[in-house]
Write a protein that binds this ligand. Structure first.
Ligand SMILES: Nc1ncnc2c1ncn2[C@@H]1O[C@H](COP(=O)(O)OP(=O)(O)OP(=O)(O)O)[C@@H](O)[C@H]1O
Ligand SMILES: O=C(O)[C@@H](O)C(=O)CO
Length: 409
């Protein structure tokens, strides 16, 4: 293994795994910290954790363990993969994990850039934009778990970290790799601006010898070439059989996808009340889903006012955990009863689903959308997954992903 990635959620893990795989590296996504060595053919290993919103100490400890495992596999460069919208709160978890990894790796400085231009995320003057709006006006200010109310990443990270925060501005990045390298301060966490893939390729060259990087999948764009590989599309063998869509993301993009898919597919909504007051069970939902004539959608995705009201009534963690536990049990029951293609929307939701299936390693297939690969899980039969980040994919994503898993994406 050459590159090791510690991803703070499951959709983010497959996002960066796709970038590394398309960059030409044999890549696998591991579910949690493995207790066995990686296959020797794997040149980029992505450990998917569920640490974006867990208690800080747990995030630090698990991320350190993932780092140790990746180093044991031979990784010489470590990436801490966070959300391209820098999802976190003032207490963490990005800053504390980055501080701990820097200490573990004896890295005097780290480079952070969450830009993902293909999906509209850019960093300019230290501020994160989603398309043409600042992060804090992009809809992310209403996220159920990590509302982002400040777009200045220097301030956001400073509130979470013990280290000094540096910045390399776009005007320097535009001058290319040598200028970036020269401008990097010797110590601290350094936010680097990037507004295009070309910028990210230059950053990739500039950070060839840096041991710890942090960012969205864009930070990996310019790295595989440093290891002498050439870009290509990962292989895929079609997986047929019944499908289903499970959506726990409440993002703007996912809600539009839910609306679009509902117009043509059997669908069923899960509300916080159903789960917490009326004892809705995974078995009831699975019985319904398995009786449908075409791939059904089961969703808890809801507008911000509905989410806020549920959180006020039951408590944020209680609702999130109850809904995630239901999706986890549901996925397990569906797969046990023949579902072979699963599209899942939302990072936390994907974490719950994949953990529920006791998956340990996912193979990375070709892209279904920017940042979303087709994934293959080998159990007693192959299962195809899409683990879609909340804000990724076009409105037709659910139908197109299910269709493309059956053919050649
Ligand atoms: N109706 C609802 N009411 C309250 N909370 C909900 C509701 N539906 C989902 N949630 C919770 O909101 C959270 C959504 O997070 P998730 O990571 O799955 O989506 P996302 O943040 O949009 O995706 P990503 O992290 O990939 O951007 C989950 O913890 C989920 O359980
Ligand atoms: O970087 C992103 O936006 C995604 O990969 C993600 O992490 C969302 O959960």
């Amino acid at each position: 293994m050459k590159i090791g990635v510690i991803a703070d959620d499951f959709t983010g893990a497959s996002d960066i795994a796709l970038t590394l795989a398309e960059g030409g590296m044999r890549t696998a996504q591991f579910i949690g910290v493995p207790d066995a060595p990686a296959p020797s053919v794997i040149k980029a290993g992505v450990v998917a954790l569920k640490t974006r919103t867990c208690p800080v100490d747990e995030a630090v400890e698990t991320s350190r363990a993932a780092c140790d495992w990746l180093i044991d596999q031979g990784a010489t460069q470590i990436i801490f993969k966070v959300c391209s919208t820098f999802d976190s709160t003032d207490s963490g978890n990005i800053g504390p994990v980055l501080d701990a990894l820097a200490e573990r790796l004896n890295a005097p400085r780290t480079i952070t850039c969450p830009a993902f231009p293909e999906n509209g995320r850019s960093v300019y003057q230290g501020h994160l934009f989603v398309n043409d709006t600042l992060l804090n006006e992009s809809g992310m200010q209403d996220h159920p778990l990590t509302p982002m109310r400040d777009a200045d990443l220097r301030r956001v990270l400073a509130r979470q970290s013990q280290q000094e925060i540096g910045h390399v501005p776009a005007l320097t990045v535009l001058q290319g790799a040598d200028a970036i390298k020269t401008a990097l301060p010797a110590t601290g966490h350094i936010i680097v601006d990037a507004i295009s893939d070309e910028n990210l390729m230059e950053i990739g060259k500039a950070v060839q010898d840096e041991v710890l990087l942090c960012g969205g999948s864009g930070i990996a764009l310019g790295l595989p070439v440093n290891f002498g590989v050439s870009p290509g599309s990962p292989d895929w063998q079609a997986i047929t059989g019944p499908g289903a869509v499970l959506s726990g993301s409440c993002s703007i993009a996912t809600r539009a996808q839910v609306t679009r898919f509902k117009a043509k597919a059997p669908h069923r909504e899960i509300t916080a009340e159903d789960v917490l007051d009326h004892g809705l069970s995974a078995t009831d939902l699975a019985d319904w889903a398995l009786a449908q004539p075409s791939a059904p959608l089961i969703y808890s995705s809801a507008d911000p006012e509905i989410v806020r009201a549920a959180q006020d009534k039951y408590g944020q963690d209680t609702v999130a955990q109850a809904i995630e536990a239901l999706f986890s049990d549901l996925a397990k029951t569906l797969v046990a009863n023949g579902i072979s293609r699963l599209v899942v929307a939302g990072g936390e939701t994907s974490g719950a689903v994949v953990s529920g299936l006791n998956a340990t390693m996912l193979q990375i297939g070709p892209r279904l959308a920017a940042g979303v690969p087709a994934l293959r899980l080998e159990q007693d039969r192959p299962i195809a997954f899409a683990l879609k980040s909340g804000n990724f994919g076009d409105e037709d994503f659910f139908a197109s992903a299910l269709a493309r898993m059956e053919g050649t994406p």
